[in-house]
Design a protein around this ligand. Structure first.
Ligand code: NAP
Ligand code: ZN
Length: 364
């Protein structure tokens, strides 16, 4: 085990909880502020990671602001994490001290149920432990995420950043990347598939890049006309402004697959009408109750609507390897930890191109 004096560093003789720093919120109406807490002593299958980069997902904001039920305060978010291994537990064989690694939305699960065994840990029958705001399986403490100097994670949930990959731009792949890669793969998007991606934000811009890299014909559907040029640069072959009723009408029945990343509750009929025969729309953005829709918009043209939750660990590694092989990275804007509140306000104003990443080298 490592013996250097870095945060999260542990040696066999000194395996005890480590003091940690992070930024979190005390209540839904409070800004994030610096906080101190402890990371647990390493369990035999744990990996300690010094965090170098952390992406900011809209889910972090939803959780901190109480948009979804169940936030436990203080809440320290962050589930797009890249860093370097500083220590490993006695049973860890997959990771070594010094490895560049990544952590996404999950840090533990039962690893014994049908879902875990099939690589779908996100649907663990006992409930997976999410990277933040989730009770630990052993001691019940509430998990604290990536806006921190270091993290301790069960080895299975630590991903390998492929050699040669730029770690500074890798973090957003751990949520925005896998959440878009997984449904595109589940529904066999590839050459010949006509795909529309709705919402050009963190998830949407990865959706465009990944679908294009898989060989699909990609259309960006956006509320923001100024993003049209960007969408083409990111790989979209076509752009539709969703507020342009004429353009939407002209696109009726055009698509085989729609990836819908809109982060709030919204009418889905206008998008259902864009699906062709046996087309499918997968909703990944809106978790809150949605308004009703017209049944005929599903029945006519044999359409389907579904959802998708991040992805499993094996598929996340596959996505990282795919991005490394194809040189696919998110477009990121680096910020310092103390700019996180400003970044949240900009995220709410739809003013990010297209993912904020906290560079921890400036300290917390
Ligand atoms: P984001 O960066 O804020 O992007 C969302 C995009 O949606 C915006 O850039 C905007 O794009 C569009 N949009 C925003 N408000 C809209 C509205 N009222 N009507 C129509 N379009 C609107 O957010 P993100 O980080 O990509 O996350 C998107 C959603 O996915 C969030 O709700 C997040 O919690 C959720 N999420 C789900 C999973 C999962 O496992 N399913 C995983 C991660 C995140 P345009 O300007 O192009 O219209
Ligand atoms: Zn996320």
């Amino acid at each position: 085990m490592a013996t250097t004096a870095e945060p999260g560093t542990t040696s066999e003789a000194t395996n005890r909880p480590t003091p940690a720093k992070g930024w979190g919120s005390d209540a839904a109406d409070q800004p994030l502020r610096p906080m101190e807490f402890e990371r647990r002593a390493l369990r035999p299958d744990d990996v300690a990671i010094k965090i170098t980069y952390a992406g900011i997902c809209h889910s972090d904001l939803h959780t901190v602001r109480g948009d979804w039920p169940g936030t436990v305060y203080p809440c320290i978010p962050g589930h797009e994490i890249v860093g370097r291994v500083t220590a490993i537990g006695s049973e860890v064989t997959r990771h070594r001290v010094g490895d560049v690694v990544a952590v996404g939305c999950m840090v533990d699960s039962c690893m014994a149920c049908d879902q875990c065994l099939a690589g779908w840990e996100v649907f663990c029958r006992e409930g997976c432990v999410q990277t933040y705001n989730s009770p630990d399986r052993h001691d019940g403490t509430i998990s604290k995420g990536g806006y921190t100097d270091h993290i301790v994670v069960r080895d299975h949930f630590v991903l390998k950043v492929p050699a040669g990959m730029d770690p500074s731009r890798t973090a957003p792949l751990l949520c925005a990347g896998i959440t878009t890669y997984s449904p595109l793969r589940q529904y066999n998007v590839g050459p010949g598939t006509k795909v529309a991606v709705v919402g050009l934000g963190g998830l949407g811009h990865m959706g465009v890049k990944l679908a294009a890299a898989m060989g699909a014909h990609v259309t960006m559907i956006t509320t923001t006309p100024e993003k049209g040029e960007d969408a083409r640069r990111l790989g979209a072959h076509d752009v539709i402004i969703s507020t342009d009723a004429e353009a939407m009408a002209a696109a009726a029945t055009r698509f085989d697959f729609i990836l819908n990343t809109i982060p709030v509750s919204h009418e889905i009929d206008p998008y259902l009408q864009l699906l062709g025969r046996s087309g499918r729309m997968v909703i990944v953005g809106a978790l809150t109750p949605m308004p009703g829709f017209v049944g005929a918009n599903l029945i006519w043209w044999n359409r389907a609507v579904g959802g998708s939750a991040i992805g499993g660990i094996p598929e996340t590694q596959e996505m990282l390897d795919f991005c490394a092989a194809k040189d696919i990275y998110p477009d990121v804007e680096f910020i310092r930890m103390n700019q996180v509140n400003e970044a949240y306000e900009r995220l709410l104003k739809n003013d990010v191109r297209y993912r904020f990443v906290i560079d921890m080298s400036h300290g917390l």
